[in-house]
Design a protein around this ligand. Sequence first.
Ligand code: DQA
Length: 144
Amino acid sequence: MKLLFINGPNLNMLGIREPEIYGSKTYADLVEFINGFCKELGIEAEIFQSNHEGAIVDKIQEALGKFDGIVINPAAYTHTSVAILDAVKAVGLPTVEVHISDVSKREGFRQVSYIREACIATISGQGFEGYKTAALTLLKELNK
Ligand code: DQA
């Protein structure tokens, strides 16, 4: 099983950015956490981060034929990007949306998710653990 993990803008600033919301662990810690549980679960993982919408669209398109599913935290692009929604729809790979914070309890503009309609699930407010929940959701779906 091959999963692509995509992280959007400013997630490379984890540990520095708003630690009261996102915690004190860094992006390197997140990468280590994802690699750790993927090894345990027998998942082959690639982890990608970009601050650029087009680079994320390119990465989603390139996943076709290479990956079985996608875990994506589009970060701020969640609330703005039709292009990322269309890319996920275009490749048709099972995709789970993840947010570290509980977006449902934050500002109104964070309640909107363009990508949600193309995802089999949304995991929000579980911190780093949400990435594992997302991977387990995909494993379940892909083993159906
Ligand atoms: C986020 C929530 C988004 O609203 C925000 O723009 C982010 C991170 C999260 O993981 O909680 O950058 O996706």
